[in-house]
Design a protein around this ligand. Structure first.
Ligand code: FAD
Length: 320
C-alpha cells in the first residue's frame, strides 16, 4: 500500500470547499424585457455569484442578442459570464468563428451543448452532431490561441441528466455520454432540472461508478410557478412531483404559492447538497425575486468578496 499523499493530509487543505453559486439568464426578446432583465442582473450581482450562464438558441437564432448580453455583462458588471453554445445548427467553421468572437470579448467559460434537434429530428447538413464534437472544437480553437490564454484557459461545461434524456435509450447510456464528454475535455457539468433529490444523487453515483470525476452541479429551478413547472416538465421530459403540483394548485393566494414553492425548492437544493453537490445553479427565468428568496433560506457557505474589498480599501487608505 502506498503512503497517503502529502497533499491529502496537509492540514490547510482539510475541510470543505465553499459551495459554488451561479444563475442562468436568457437573452431578452424585447427592449422592455431587457430593462427588467437589467434590474434582475443588478439584484443578482449583489449576491456575488461565481458566474452567470447565458443561454443560446438551438440554431444560433439569437446569436447577436446573446453576444450583446455577454459583452455587457463583461464590461458593465462584476459578473463572470458562462456562454452557452449549441452546435446542432452550425458548421464547424461558423462555430469556430463564434468561439473566437466570445474569446475576443473576454469569455473564459463555455457550456458546450448540442441543442434541441429541428422538427424533422435531424441535425442540419454539415453541422456537428453531438455536444462532444463541440467540446473537441472548442479545445482545438483554444490550442490555436494558447499564447493569448496564458492567464486563463477555457472552462468547458456540459449538460448532464438526472433522469433519462428523451432521446437516450437508458440512464446508463447518458452516463457513458457524460464520460465521453469528460474524456473530450469537459471540466464540469450542470444538470437538467429535476424534481426529486434522489434523481440527482442517482446520477452522481452512476457517474462516479463509471469514472466521471468532474463536478456535477445541480440545476435547480424555483418551484413557484405551476404553469412553468408543467411546461418545463413536458419540454425536458421530466415529471414534476404530483404532490407539489397539488399543493401549489390549492394555494389560495400568490403569497402562499410563493411560500410553498420556495420551501420546496430549498428542500430540494438542501437534499442535493446533502448528496454532495458542489454548488447550486439557479434557473432564474430572468426573474430575481423567487431566486433570491431561495438563496436567502439556503444560507450557503460562501466566500465573501465584500470582505476582500473592504480590506483592500483600508490598505489603500493607510497607504496614502
Ligand atoms: P448531447 O450530449 O450531444 O446528447 C444528445 C443526445 O445524443 C442524447 O440522447 C445522448 O444520449 C446522445 N449522444 C450523445 N453523444 C452520443 C454519441 N457519441 N453516440 C451516441 N449517442 C450520443 N438548449 C439550447 O438550445 N440552448 C441552451 O442554452 C441550452 N442550455 C442548457 C443548459 C443545461 C444545463 C441543460 C441541461 C440543457 C440545456 N439545453 C439548451 C438543452 C439541450 O440542448 C438539450 O437537452 C439537447 O437535447 C441535448 O443537448 P446535450 O448537450 O446534452 O447533447
Amino acid at each position: 500500500m502506498s503512503p497517503p499523499s502529502l497533499i491529502d493530509v496537509h492540514p490547510n487543505l482539510a475541510g470543505t470547499a465553499p459551495v459554488a453559486l451561479s444563475y442562468e439568464l436568457f437573452p431578452p426578446r424585447s427592449a422592455a424585457a431587457a430593462e427588467t432583465l437589467w434590474t434582475t442582473i443588478r439584484e443578482l450581482e449583489a449576491t456575488e455569484p461565481d458566474y452567470v450562464s447565458v443561454t443560446y438558441g438551438a440554431s444560433g437564432s439569437n446569436r447577436d442578442t446573446a453576444v450583446d448580453l455577454i459583452n455587457r455583462l463583461l464590461t458593465e458588471t462584476t459578473l463572470r459570464p458562462l456562454a452557452h453554445l449549441t452546435c446542432v445548427g452550425n458548421t464547424p467553421t461558423e462555430l469556430a468563428e463564434i468561439i473566437g468572437e466570445l474569446l475576443d470579448h473576454g469569455v473564459r467559460g463555455i457550456l458546450a451543448l448540442r441543442g434541441d434537434l429541428p422538427q424533422d429530428g435531424q441535425p442540419a447538413t454539415g453541422s456537428l452532431r453531438y455536444a462532444q464534437d463541440l467540446i473537441e472544437l472548442i479545445r482545438r480553437v483554444e490550442l490555436r490561441r494558447s499564447a493569448l490564454l496564458c492567464a486563463g484557459k477555457i472552462a468547458v461545461g456540459v449538460a448532464a441528466y438526472p433522469t433519462r434524456h428523451p432521446e437516450s435509450p437508458s440512464e446508463g447510456h447518458d452516463v457513458e455520454v457524460l464520460l465521453a464528454k469528460q474524456r473530450s475535455g469537459a471540466d464540469f457539468a450542470i444538470t437538467q432540472v429535476f424534481f426529486h433529490a434522489s434523481e440527482y444523487a442517482g446520477l452522481v453515483s452512476r457517474a462516479r461508478r463509471a469514472g466521471v470525476t468532474i463536478p456535477i452541479i445541480p440545476g435547480v429551478m424555483p418551484l413557484t410557478s405551476l404553469r412553468r413547472l408543467k411546461r418545463l416538465g413536458e419540454l425536458a421530459g421530466v415529471e414534476p412531483s404530483r404532490e407539489l403540483i397539488e399543493r401549489l394548485g390549492a394555494a389560495e393566494t400568490e403569497g402562499e404559492r410563493r411560500r410553498i414553492g420556495v420551501a420546496a425548492t430549498v428542500d430540494l437544493a438542501n437534499a442535493a447538497l446533502d448528496a454532495g453537490a458542489p454548488g447550486i445553479h439557479l434557473y432564474t427565468f430572468n426573474e430575481h425575486a423567487h431566486a433570491l428568496d431561495v438563496l436567502d433560506k439556503l444560507n450557503l457557505p460562501r466566500p465573501s468578496k465584500a470582505l476582500h474589498r473592504i480590506k483592500s480599501a483600508v490598505r489603500q487608505e493607510f497607504a496614502h
